[in-house]
Ligand binder design. Structure first.
Ligand code: GN1
Ligand code: MG
Length: 380
């Protein structure tokens, strides 16, 4: 899948940039075709890569983002993909798309998809989905079901797009073996490394799962799994609920929509939604009831979309994606927090430990999870 990442994560020189001053964001916002005069602009959300702002006007609200050009080699492809996807969605029958909204791009005043600032960074404006909210964690299986259903609906809609026609926005994303090679290079390289008992334990945990790390990539390379257009990052923060927090109504953060495996999405969604303690909480616990509700709703909504070979690798995907994220957080910690935005030193190491603890908890419940997958997808 494209070039392997050359850093902890795909961008070799990635560095968590300081937020641009709001006046600059406001000046940029005025370059877009907003429906009403701009009133205010303020930072929004907790994304780790791009800079995001809420734009308030006398009319509708918008979301303005500066795309991280050190992570995404060609940010313009993100805009082209999103444009293509929203047009595709608009062309589907209402029945297929009911309950799935994707925020549309707002063009610039000159009719372009995005706008470059003086430093060369690309900005995009998106519609803000009204009466929506994100949830800090899932409370009920019904909410998990709503998540599973919207993810399946997204995959069903994307199944109508030829992956060959959709650009790779982030080459090497979710190529776990390449992330592992990078970790090994950093650990074995000449650079000064902050070794600690925690780092050693994490390394041992990862090394003990060498086979798992290869599983999806080797199945993909052997042609056993179909490439599909996927979201890439359907973590809980990227799912919008209605104001009551009951129905999932939209998927956001469509930067990593590109050809990939359905496992990347299902694994990422489950690792995020079924750990109620969150990515930066204390410890990790994988909630079986949430997992079952999410998978059952996904399977029902996907209605036969997944091939048997795909279903057969779901359990592995479920523990691989948190392992991959743990590996990425750990590598970034060792490289000096160049990719994932942190508030304090040590945050990426703690986040790595949490993802690895989640893997361990998933493995502890392997039997029940596999029975649940079989039940949801009709294999047992
Ligand atoms: C990053 O930027 P954000 O928060 O949407 C990362 C995902 C990780 C996630 C963990 C392009 O997503 O892969 O799962 O952090 N995105 C990229 O919170 O690397
Ligand atoms: Mg993202």
């Amino acid at each position: 899948m494209g070039h392997p990442p050359r850093s902890a994560t795909p961008g070799p020189r990635a560095r968590a940039a300081a937020p641009p001053p709001e006046p600059e964001a406001a000046a940029i916002a005025k370059g877009f075709a907003l429906a009403a005069p701009l009133l205010a602009i303020e930072p929004l959300g907790s994304g780790l890569i791009n800079r995001t702002y809420l734009v308030t006007t006398a009319g509708p609200a918008y979301v303005l983002q500066r795309l991280n050009g050190q992570v995404f080699p060609q940010p313009a492809t993100i805009l082209a993909n999103l444009d293509r996807l929203t047009r595709h969605l608009a062309g589907q029958s209402g029945e297929d798309t009911a309950g799935l909204r994707l925020p549309a791009l707002i063009p610039t005043r000159r009719g372009e998809l995005g706008l470059r600032d003086a430093a060369g960074d690309l900005w995009r404006m998106l519609e803000h989905v009204p009466a929506s909210r994100t949830l800090p964690h899932l409370e009920t299986p019904a909410q998990a079901g709503a998540v599973g259903a919207i993810l399946a609906r997204f995959h069903r809609v994307c199944a109508g797009l030829d992956p060959a026609q959709v650009a790779m926005t982030l080459p090497g994303f979710h190529v776990t073996p390449a992330y592992r090679r990078r970790l090994d290079e950093v650990l074995g390289g000449p650079g000064p490394i902050e070794r600690s008992a925690e780092v050693d334990a994490a390394q041992r945990f990862i090394d003990a799962r060498a086979d798992l790390i290869e599983v999806l990539e080797s199945a993909r390379a052997a042609g056993r799994l179909p490439l599909r257009v996927v979201h890439g990052d359907p973590k809980l923060d990227n799912i919008l609920f209605d104001a009551a927090g009951e129905r999932a109504i939209a998927l956001i953060d469509l930067d990593t929509v590109q050809p990939g495996l359905v496992h990347h999405d299902i694994g990422d969604c489950l690792r995020s939604c079924c750990n109620r303690r969150g990515e930066a909480g204390s410890g990790a616990a994988f909630d079986l009831a949430l997992c079952q509700a999410l998978l059952s709703a996904y399977a029902e909504e996907a209605a036969g979309l997944l091939a048997e070979a795909e279903v057969a690798l779901l359990y592995d995907a479920l523990r691989l994606i948190p392992l991959e994220l743990g590996l990425r957080f750990l590598t970034d910690h060792l490289e000096g927090d160049r990719y994932f935005r942190v508030r304090t030193r040590g945050e990426n190491l703690r986040k790595a430990q949490i993802q690895l603890a989640l893997v361990a908890d998933i493995e502890r419940q392997a039997g029940a999870i596999c029975r649940g997958i079989a039940k949801a997808f009709g294999g047992g």
